[in-house]
Design a protein around this ligand. Structure first.
Ligand code: TYM
Length: 385
């Protein structure tokens, strides 16, 4: 048995990201790429500097094309199966930075179909509804309404299906089984699904009837889908999509990623200050059993989710994070104080996010794309002629 699992549907164990780079055949974000990004954007986002975005496929090609005057568009997504948590925000915050820096479009897919197919307990109506709830979190991050298209798969079914058919015809069942590990009890919607997640990687090219580079920011769990996309799309005359991939914001407990399905591992964007306080106070840490031992021996930030939340999202100032790290290791900083600091930062962030989320309710229509597929009114219209 491997020590960890990373698939689009399961992430567990202590993840060895270097091993994933080898296994998936992705490339690490190295100094050369960082230098290249800085040359274009005049800045290196802390997520890049800190290797939170740690790997990519063809990101350098996308930058080459951009410099030649052939800009890319961004594509990312969300499987709406409940409330959004801080882990989901990680790739989206970075996507927003990319949109700002490169002044490019973002196509955002809400895969209500995926969540329906992969979770026995959800109805179509539920996943569709979650999509619009989750869209508020996306909009709250400040994406440009003139350059951002958010769509539910149900609402774009016509275009998606037409293109997914072409894609699915080029993928065999044995490839799907080898890539995703499906078995005889997998439903047939699951087997087809990846072709739907591939379509937005060519949507802009389809619409504009010319090849346009696409860059997909996501956490590394989604790589399997786009590995397949990259095999298939050139066979249909399209570019391979490029990607830039992040590590997971960890669970608040001892191992694994922050996961919506395990409440105590996650902080949700709708959490109230008291809930945040309780969850962080109950979190696993890399500290010693008691304050006396901590002062003597120091803690271990490398295994501590509390430290990782500071590092990955809430303490982006380099001097400050270095100070937290060294004071933890030399026993000056106690876990209680480190948690208190994190609670304050998370609640400050969430209070602003929740305000923006409320405002997003009035902006939803500026972002949503919908094909008109209301059969009932179409029939009514036809019969009234
Ligand atoms: P979903 O809804 O599982 O996750 C949405 C995005 O968040 C990333 N993610 C995380 N990132 C950091 N830390 C975590 N703990 C964490 N958990 C999830 C995911 O990698 C993803 O980027 N099938 C997709 C929806 C989708 C999509 C896409 C995602 C459709 N098209 C294109 C990325 C790019 C899904 O269910 O994501």
């Amino acid at each position: 048995m491997p020590d960890f699992i990373v698939t689009p549907w399961e992430v567990s164990g202590e993840i060895d990201y270097d091993q994933l780079i080898k296994e998936f055949g992705i490339e690490s974000i190295d100094e050369k790429i960082l230098f290249y990004i800085k040359e274009i954007t005049n800045e290196i986002h802390p997520f890049l500097r800190r290797k939170i975005f740690f790997a990519h496929r063809d990101f350098n090609w996308v930058l080459d094309e951009y410099k030649k005057g052939n800009p890319f568009y961004l594509y990312t997504g969300r499987g709406p199966s409940g409330s959004v948590h801080l882990g989901h925000l990680l790739p989206w915050i970075f996507t927003k930075w990319l949109q700002d820096k490169f002044d490019v479009e973002l196509w955002f897919q809400l895969t209500d179909d995926e969540k329906f197919l992969f979770n026995q307990s959800y109805t179509l109506e539920e996943t569709y509804k979650y999509g619009f709830d989750n869209a508020l979190d996306i909009i709250a991050l400040g994406f440009d309404p003139k350059k951002t298209y958010i769509f539910s798969d149900f609402d774009m079914a016509g275009t998606l299906y037409r293109n997914a058919l072409k894609i699915s015809k080029k993928i065999t069942f044995s490839t799907i089984r080898a890539t995703f590990g499906f078995n005889n009890s997998s439903n047939i919607g699951q087997i087809f699904y990846t072709s739907i997640q591939t379509v937005p990687a060519i949507l802009k090219s389809v619409i504009e009837e010319k090849n346009i580079p696409c860059l997909i920011p996501h956490a590394v769990d989604q790589d399997a889908h786009f590995r397949l996309s990259r095999d298939v799309l050139p066979k249909l005359g399209y570019y391979k999509p490029a990607s830039i991939q992040c590590v997971f914001l960890p669970s608040l407990q001892q191992s694994g990623k922050m996961s919506a399905s395990v409440e105590t591992t996650a902080i949700f964007t709708k959490d109230k200050p008291d809930a945040v306080k309780k969850k962080i106070n109950n979190a696993f840490t890399g500290g010693q059993k008691n304050a006396k031992l901590q002062r003597e021996k120091g803690g271990d930030p490398a295994i501590c989710p509390v430290y990782k939340y500071h590092f990955m999202l809430f303490t982006l100032d380099d001097d400050e994070i270095r100070s937290i790290q060294s004071k933890c290791m030399n026993g000056e900083l106690l876990c209680g104080d480190c948690k208190k600091d994190l609670i304050e930062k998370v609640n400050k962030f969430l209070s602003e996010h929740q305000k923006q989320r409320e405002k997003a309710k009035d902006k939803l229509e500026d972002f949503l794309l919908k094909e008109k597929i209301d059969l009932k009114s179409l029939i009514k219209e036809k019969n009234s002629k």
